[in-house]
Each structure stands twice: as structure tokens, then as C-alpha cells.
Design a protein around this ligand. Structure first.
Ligand code: GLC
Length: 459
């Protein structure tokens, strides 16, 4: 019986080359469509207006700000040349009230943190006139949410996701929201660049490896960026396009998170159930199958099915597990990290938030871990589509080396994720091409990328 349930699960979740094919071509169509469809409301293939990548020898000190799903990081970044950097950062997490309250209050909270960095934490990194506010400080803003950009330092805030439902924010210009808060707080700071975290990752990685052609975030969310020929970005006004010399490439924030629909994504009943219970249903369907924010919930839904079939935990749902989102992805990585030597005590420690009527058996732990492995493996295979399709979009297959800068908790901290991603690429491309693909960890895409773009776009 357990075998039958696992067989069904594996049939639906494991992706062979044949099953990957429609997803890769679905992505190719999304790129094509997104490059010519004006960004309104929900946007994909967003031009960043960044047309230069760093060479690794740039120097100077810059301010950057990085807002992701969990943390706000404000950094003083010193570019030291030779691909080297030094970062002094201030990190805070917004409360639930801030994430769901008035936009202005949220931006005031950010402005207070910027002030603290400049005047309390890192005054020694700036000139006295900058600290006193007599000289303007340049800021690069890395915004890990969709923004419809109209210039490197202008962009309209689109629907946010990741638990953010700020009021009076959507449709406003992001730089204006910052600038107004800086004024309210008497800060002499100017937003020089707005960038998506994927663009930041690609730029930051190019500082240490100028061959980088893909930036991938594989974290709470998933998204990618790559350089596209300006003439191919049909959604951009031709008068704007013509300003760039022929052959210029511009980084594109693909917003693959919102790609996909049932026509080409292999959605299972668990994906549909997760989506239906989410506060933003029908939004970011691909991301909901892949990224760290969701994997735990998928495991929870599957585990409940196993319990109901009397195949797990003696057929009794442990107290707490019936609650939506009660099984975070971190539990999956903890279980998988222990997999080979998992004993009941360790397992109970990981699952200590739940109350069991009967002490779980070792077999229970093994079943739960196997479910985690299946869900995480599908995630890696789906993430590989992001890379494979961008390699094809850029026609990089003939290159001797294909460099991808990746960052994010799901990729970096989930056990075996990097191997699984490589396995998926091998399934799609075969061993020879996969050997040429370098999956390199790009650190601090947000802060370093923000500083680099603020620098590249100063003039
Ligand atoms: C979400 C955001 C996207 C971001 C990604 C990775 O998908 O919508 O803008 O790049 O997460 O953080």
C-alpha cells in the first residue's frame, strides 16, 4: 500500500526529459511573449536599464539596500578592485504589521534604518559632510519583488507577494516612495538605481567572474536575470531602443516566478490545494512548486494523505500538523540532512512542534523523509528549467563555458540541492553540455550588486 502511494507520487512528481520538454518550451514562449508585451499589472521580462557589467577592477564606497521576503539589509559596500569587496551591513526584519500596513510607515521604518547605518554603525566609512547630510549619498536599491522599470532609477511597484500587502504602494514609483521617506527623516540620500535581486546577483557575480550570463535566485522565491539584445526587447519603445548602440545588451529581470499555468506545468492535486489556500491564489504558480516558501507545505499536504491512508504516524494526524503552513521547509532540510543516520530521537527533535499520540517509528521518519526527497527533487528539476531555457534563449550551447551565478537559501542550504540541480541539467542536456555549465555561488547579490549598479549608473 505504501508502495502504491509512493508510486503515484513519484509518477506525478519525478520529471524525466520527456516531461521537462513542454516546460522548457513553455518557458521559451514566455520569454518571447514577455519581451513584446508591455508590462502592466503583472509583468515578466522586465528591462533593468542596466547595460554594463562590471569588470572586477572598479573601486569606491557605496550605499545599498536590499529588501527580500524576510530581511531588510542596508550596507556600506567598499569595492576594493580585483573582484574584492568589504561590506558592513545592518540587518532587520519587518514585523507582520509593517508588512501589511501603510506603505509610508514601511518606508519610514526603512529610512530610520538607513539613518542608523550612516550615523551610528558606519560613520567611519563616509565623509563627515556625508554623515552630516551636507553631501548626497548614492544608494542602490535591490528590491526582491516585481517593479516595472522605466529607467535605471525609476520603477512602478507591482504586486509584491512573499506576505507583503502594503497599502497605497502598488502603482507608485518606488524611488518616490523612498525619496519622500528620506525627506520626512531629513536624510540626504538619493536612489541612483533600482534593481531586482536577480539583476543584482548577476552583476555581483560578474564582478568576480565576468563570464557570468545567468543570475538565479533560488530561495524563498525563485527568479532569474540574463542579458538580452536591446533590439529583441520589443516592448521597449523603438525610440528608446534606438538610443543604444547596435549590439548592446540589457539585463532582463525575467520574473519567472509568475510564469506558467496548467497548460504546461505538471500541477498535482497538492499544488492546486496549496494555491487554493494561499492568500494570493493563481499568482506565482511556478514559484509555488519550487521555492523555499512552499516546499514544506507541499510535504505537509502529502503527509496528511499518507496519514489518512493509515500509512504514517499510525493513521493519526499529530496535533499541529493539520494547520496550514505548519511544516516549514527548514524541517525538510533537517530531515534530509540526517537521512542516513536518522534515529527516532533526532526525528522527534526536528518535529518537536507537533504532538504525537503514538511515538513515531523509524519507518514513519523514513516515509516522511522520502516525501521530502521527492518534493525537493521536483523543485530542483523545475529550477533546472530556468537555467536550461535561458541557455537556449541566449544560444550559449557552443560556448566553452557557461557561467551561472546562483544564490539563495534553498540552493545553498538544502542538502543535495546543488547535486539534484546538476542531475536535472544532465537529464536535459546530457553529460557533455552539463560539464560546461558552472553553477557558482554568487554571494551578496543584493548589497554588492546594488552598490555596483549605483556605481555603474552614476554618470
Ligand atoms: C519573487 C519576486 C521576484 C524575486 C524572487 C527572488 O519571485 O517576485 O521579484 O526576484 O522572488 O527573490
Amino acid at each position: 500500500m505504501t508502495d502504491a502511494l509512493f508510486q503515484n507520487l513519484e509518477r506525478d512528481f519525478l520529471l524525466s526529459k520527456e516531461k521537462l520538454a513542454p516546460i522548457v518550451s513553455g518557458f521559451a514562449n514566455e520569454y518571447k511573449h514577455g519581451l513584446k508585451t508591455p508590462s502592466r499589472g503583472l509583468a515578466t521580462m522586465i528591462p533593468s536599464f542596466v547595460t554594463k557589467l562590471p569588470k572586477g577592477n572598479e573601486t569606491g564606497s557605496f550605499l545599498s539596500l536590499d529588501l527580500g521576503g524576510t530581511n531588510l539589509r542596508i550596507s556600506a559596500v567598499e569595492l576594493l578592485g580585483n573582484g574584492q569587496v568589504r561590506v558592513l551591513e545592518l540587518k532587520q526584519s519587518p514585523s507582520q504589521e509593517l508588512k501589511t500596513g501603510a506603505g509610508a510607515a514601511f518606508f519610514d521604518w526603512i529610512a530610520d534604518a538607513v539613518k542608523e547605518l550612516i550615523t551610528v554603525k558606519a560613520p567611519h566609512l563616509f565623509t563627515e559632510a556625508q554623515v552630516r547630510g551636507e553631501v548626497t549619498l548614492s544608494l542602490g536599491v535591490c528590491w526582491s519583488f516585481p517593479v516595472d522599470q522605466s529607467a535605471v532609477d525609476r520603477g512602478v511597484i507591482l504586486r509584491m507577494g512573499k506576505g507583503f500587502t502594503l497599502q497605497e504602494t502598488e502603482g507608485h514609483d518606488l524611488a518616490d516612495m523612498f525619496q519622500q521617506a528620506f525627506e520626512r527623516k531629513s536624510l540626504n540620500v538619493k536612489v541612483r538605481a533600482i534593481l531586482n535581486d536577480t539583476v543584482g546577483t548577476l552583476v555581483a557575480h560578474a564582478y568576480s567572474n565576468p563570464k557570468a550570463r545567468i543570475g538565479l535566485i533560488y530561495a524563498t522565491g525563485i527568479n532569474s536575470a540574463y542579458p538580452e539584445k536591446v533590439e529583441a526587447i520589443e516592448k521597449m519603445d523603438s525610440a528608446v531602443r534606438n538610443k543604444y548602440p547596435p549590439g548592446t545588451e540589457m539585463l532582463i529581470n525575467a520574473e519567472i516566478d509568475i510564469f506558467g499555468n496548467e497548460s504546461y506545468l505538471p500541477l498535482t492535486k497538492y499544488d492546486l490545494a496549496l494555491d487554493a489556500s494561499h492568500n494570493q491564489p493563481k499568482f506565482q504558480i511556478y514559484e509555488k512548486m519550487v521555492s523555499g516558501a512552499y516546499l514544506g507545505e507541499l510535504v505537509r499536504l502529502i503527509a496528511i494523505d499518507f496519514i489518512k491512508a493509515d500509512l504514517l504516524f499510525g493513521g493519526v494526524v499529530p496535533e499541529g500538523l493539520e494547520e496550514l503552513w505548519s511544516f516549514p521547509t527548514a524541517y525538510m532540510s533537517a530531515l534530509e540532512a540526517e537521512a542516513d543516520s536518522l534515529n527516532r530521537e533526532k526525528g522527534m527533535e526536528i518535529l518537536s512542534n507537533f504532538h504525537f499520540l503514538h511515538m513515531p517509528t523509524l519507518q514513519d521518519m523514513a516515509i516522511l523523509t522520502r516525501i521530502c526527497r521527492i518534493v525537493a527533487t521536483r523543485s530542483a528539476y523545475l529550477a533546472s528549467v530556468a537555467i536550461a531555457s535561458l541557455i537556449q534563449q541566449q544560444q550559449l550551447l557552443d560556448q566553452p563555458e557557461i557561467v551561472v551565478g546562483i544564490t539563495g537559501s534553498t540552493y545553498e542550504f538544502y542538502p543535495h540541492m546543488a547535486d539534484r540541480l546538476r542531475c536535472a541539467l544532465r537529464e536535459w542536456f546530457g553529460a557533455d553540455v552539463t560539464d560546461k555549465i558552472k553553477l557558482e555561488i554568487a554571494r551578496d547579490g543584493g548589497s554588492i550588486g546594488g552598490a555596483l549598479i549605483a556605481m555603474l549608473c552614476r554618470d
